[in-house]
Design a protein around this ligand. Structure first.
Ligand code: ATP
Length: 901
């Protein structure tokens, strides 16, 4: 249907909606049932069965199955069936891990799913894009990603980036007028918005006319790539490492087999043992386990309000050395309250807190009636006219059954504060609407740092009202109100103004100036620049925005973790400095730079001086990109926050781009790799901590798995070299692999961070996984595990005059117990003595279950022949536990002697 040709009224009628109330929730639900969810068809997902089958694709597992089949045929039926069962169980374990990782990553996708603002039952509400239906009345604004096809019915300087659909990279202007042409191309339909495009400026209202596959994007959806899975650099590196380790394991296993044959062992026993050893020793699960560790960590981050959008960021988080944070809403609460007003050299205080419209106006300690002071009345009422925010009263049941009144803000908190101040003086939107009709708007943007509306009063006179950063607005003012007269703005008044602004700003107040200009009757405003000039300044409103209480502590923790925090704000230099001081971001004598001075520096000069800077004030989003680049030039790993459309380039360029979940635009969110669902700085700190922990947990895994594998191979290799019988039966080797690699390894992924993880310096991104002595730890512990197992075997073999089954049982038990004890050592960078072993109850439970499984195969008579075991006596248990503790307890003890770095 060519919606662009219809008049607005016709569009509303055809879409079956109401231009005032929108759709009712009931109708929306009904339509959703009829047309289905608003999403593009995705490519087919891999079915659970395929994931399960995938567990057995591994080459060595196939060889093992073939070998088992052969041994089954030559008579070892029980062995063959047991091996099959173990392989199957291993497959189930791998399957569970993989599904779990996948599920938590899917949940993540849902969390960062886009929303749209739609009118339902007369109220603007946020609706998940997937539930939007044709006929929904929607409101769009700068930074939104459009997720349906929309016919516009009202626009305000609306510009849209349609590159994803038309390839046109310059944003196109939109309006709501109907077009008469037929068969217009998508790019020429100026009154339509399309799914997949982005609003770069302005705002508008429209009616949804197409959803899901019935959109222009839906028509070409098959051309779009399906979601690609993300692989982190560490996963890639480990995959390569895994390949190398497979080669090493195969080589060593081959060696075991060859030496065994030379020593006179039987071919088929050697073959089955060799293949079992290869299956056990090959760390095929390494990349999968890393995914599990990442997924588990990502889940923990969600609980702490950090939503990871790009998996590689989890790794980079641990390397972050600088956080560049927005001020408003991230470091502060964004709960603004106007507390001071200035006009024509006079100051007034405003009492009251929060958004409750109760408070009085005080001048020099005396309460006054603001409406009776002309400039004050104008400062407040024009502030209200120029604000979109609304405050609604809501009743909330308190715990004691009494209803409590709450004042809820819808809109920008800066504007909310001005609305509340006006309400306190007795003004209301409805009251003012009788006097003034808003006819045009120039929306706020953070580069201009201003916004304006044009109102028509009852006599038909048009007045432009501007509000914005005082330094910008005063720069565009030629006169100012001074009590009952207007004064020219000259160098003297400018001085006066600057002092007033500085006075308010140094008290950490955010300041907004209000100005106006009466337009001459025929005046046509061709552009914003032209419109917002020759203004008459009325005065300044100053508002507090208290710091978030927990942020100071977080900044201190970051400092201790070797991470610098920089404040980057569009706010005034003195306001920013005052808040930065309160939060200990700005040390005594620390430097504050404003956007203007920054513009004058070359890239090199900026990089040379940036390490001395703590606060960047009055910056534009473009400056943020330069700040990121300068920091990176100095070798920093930068985390940068942002919320607006223009912040996207800086967010993208940063090593960790962070977007605000509440105030952030879709564009910023899409550019980011981490979203803060509570907009809070402390969440960044938590995410960094979790990022460091995830990396450490991956190292713990690797250390545990590889040391275990080294132990398994060495015990066999030593035995063959020494001409001893096989210390472990094939089934035992496979069983060890199952009980030790399964649950305990998974539980390591849930391990808590070691106490000092936020006291260490950030990790260098170039650091290898095996850095900080990990190779030595793996080899030394692995060697010891192998040695004590062989010792146990040999001692019992000697004592019982070559009772192979008994000696193998002891070796089997010693090897498993040594690994299960060693797992506790892996939890610490230092030694087993540095952490409480009962801290991670999952690990304790996993170790107990694995021990229980071992007891079962040793003591249940029916299992004994299958696993080639005999019951172990108490005395033998002492031997087993004594030897099995040595690798961890003794080597850990040496570690204890070393000073803690
Ligand atoms: P941050 O970058 O830390 O979030 P900020 O909110 O001050 O700081 P911007 O939103 O870019 O950054 O605002 C820059 C300046 O523009 C503010 O200091 C204020 O003076 C002015 N300003 C902010 N919001 C509005 C608004 N709704 N209308 C008019 N002026 C505004």
């Amino acid at each position: 249907m060519s919606w662009y040709r219809d008049e607005v009224k016709e569009v509303i009628r055809k879409a079956g909606t109401d231009s005032d109330q929108g759709l009712s929730e009931k109708e929306a639900k009904k339509r959703l049932k009829q047309v289905g969810p608003n999403k593009l068809d995705e490519g087919k997902k891999i079915s659970a069965l395929l994931v399960f089958i995938g567990q057995f694709k591994d080459f060595m597992v196939l060889v093992l199955l073939a070998a088992t089949l052969i041994s089954g045929l030559i008579g070892e039926v029980i062995d063959a069936i047991t091996i099959m069962c173990i392989v199957l169980l291993n497959g189930v374990l791998g399957f569970v891990q993989e599904r779990r990782a996948e599920k938590s990553l899917d949940a993540l996708k849902e969390l960062s799913a886009p929303q749209m603002t739609a009118k339902r039952d007369g109220q603007w509400v946020k609706v998940p894009s997937i539930d939007i239906v044709p006929g929904d009345l929607v409101r769009v604004e700068s930074g939104d990603r459009i997720s349906a096809d929309i016919r516009l019915i009202q626009t305000n300087e609306l510009r849209v980036d349609e590159a994803s659909l038309t390839g046109e990279s310059v944003p196109v202007q939109k309006n709501s007028q109907s077009l008469i042409e037929e068969e217009l191309e998508v790019g020429d339909q100026e009154n339509m918005l399309f799914m997949g495009t982005m609003i770069t400026q302005g705002n508008g209202i429209g009616v949804v006319v197409g959803t899901g596959m019935k959109t222009e994007m839906g028509k070409i959806a098959h051309l779009l790539q399906t979601t690609e899975s993300q692989v982190t650099p560490l996963q890639l590196r480990l995959e390569q490492l895994g390949k190398m380790l497979i080669a090493v394991a195969l080589l060593l296993t081959g060696l075991v087999v060859v030496i065994g044959l030379l020593q006179g062992h039987e071919l088929n026993t050697m073959f089955l043992s060799g293949v079992s050893l290869a299956v056990a020793a090959i760390p095929e699960g390494l990349p999968a386990i890393v995914t599990v560790a990442l997924a588990l960590g990502v889940q923990r981050m969600i609980k702490r309000k950090g939503i990871v959008r790009k998996l590689p960021a989890v790794e980079t988080l641990g390397c972050a050395s600088v956080i560049c944070s927005d001020k408003t809403g991230t470091l502060t609460q964004n709960k603004m309250t106007v507390t001071k007003l200035w006009s024509g050299g006079r100051f007034w205080d405003v009492t009251g807190t929060g958004f409750e419209p109760k408070g009085s106006f005080v001048e020099n300690g005396k309460a006054i009636q603001p409406i009776q002071t002309r400039e004050l009345a104008q400062l407040l009422s024009f502030g209200l006219l120029c604000s979109h925010a609304t405050i609604t009263e809501q009743q909330k049941d308190s715990r004691f059954g009494r209803a409590k009144t709450q004042y809820v803000l819808d809109g920008d908190p800066t504007e909310g504060a001005m609305v509340v101040a006006a309400l306190k003086a007795g003004y209301s939107k409805e009251g003012l609407a009788k006097q003034y009709q808003i006819v045009q708007e120039f929306p706020f943007d953070s580069t201009r740092k201003m916004m304006s509306v044009i109102v028509k009063d009852r006599s038909g006179q048009r007045i432009l009202i501007t509000k914005g950063a005082p330094d910008v607005v005063t720069g565009r003012s030629s006169q100012m109100i001074d009590q009952n007269r207007t004064r020219k703005v000259d160098s003297k008044t400018r001085n006066e103004l600057e002092n007033a602004i500085a006075d308010m700003a140094s008290q950490a107040l955010r300041t907004i100036a209000i100005a106006f200009r009466v337009l001459s009757p025929g005046e046509i405003l061709s552009n914003v620049e032209e419109a917002e000039s020759r203004l008459t300044l009325i005065g300044i409103q100053g508002m507090i925005d208290p710091p978030r209480p927990e942020v100071k502590q977080s900044i201190a923790e970051c400092h201790e973790a070797g991470i610098r925090t920089l404040m980057i704000t569009g706010d005034h230099k003195l306001t920013a400095a005052a808040i930065a001081k309160q939060l200990n971001i700005l040390p005594d004598g620390g430097k504050v730079m404003d956007g203007q001075s920054l513009s004058k520096l070359s890239d090199q000069e900026l990089a040379a001086s940036i390490d001395d800077m703590y606060v960047f004030a009055r910056v534009s989003p473009q400056h943020k990109l330069r700040i990121v680049q300068a920091l990176q030039e100095n070798g920093h790993i930068v985390a940068m926050t942002g919320d607006g459309v223009n912040d996207a380039p800086a967010i993208k360029a940063a090593n960790i781009g962070i977007a605000m979940g509440i105030t952030g635009t879709d564009v910023a969110k899409e550019a980011s790799s981490l979203i803060l669902s509570d907009d809070n700085f402390s969440t960044i700190k938590e995410a960094i901590k979790e990022g460091r922990n995830i990396y450490e947990n991956i190292r713990k895994f690797i250390r545990y798995m590889l040391a275990s594998n080294v132990g398994e191979i060495l015990v066999m290799l030593f035995a063959m070299i020494l001409g001893l019988p096989l210390p472990l039966a094939a089934i035992q080797i496979l069983w060890i692999n199952l009980v030790t690699d399964g649950l305990p390894a998974m539980a390591l992924g849930m391990d808590q961070a070691e106490g000092d993880v936020m006291k260490r310096k950030p990790r260098s991104p170039n650091e290898g996984v095996f850095a900080r002595g990990l190779t030595w730890k793996i080899l030394s512990r692995g060697f010891m595990i192998g040695a004590v197992t062989l010792a146990a075997f040999w001692m019992v073999y000697q004592e019982h005059d070559g009772d192979l089954t008994r000696a193998q049982t002891i070796a089997f038990l010693t090897l498993v117990m040594a690994q299960l004890i060693h797992v506790f050592d892996c939890r610490s960078e230092y030694s087993v003595y540095h952490r409480n072993p009962f801290e991670n109850i999952y690990l304790v439970a996993a170790v107990l279950i694995s021990t229980g499984l071992m007891l079962a195969v040793i003591y249940i008579p029916s299992l004994q022949p299958i696993f080639h075991t005999v019951p172990v006596s108490l005395r033998e248990w002492f031997l087993v536990l004594g030897l099995a503790s040595i690798p961890t307890v003794v080597l850990g003890g040496f570690q204890l002697l070393k000073p803690k770095k």
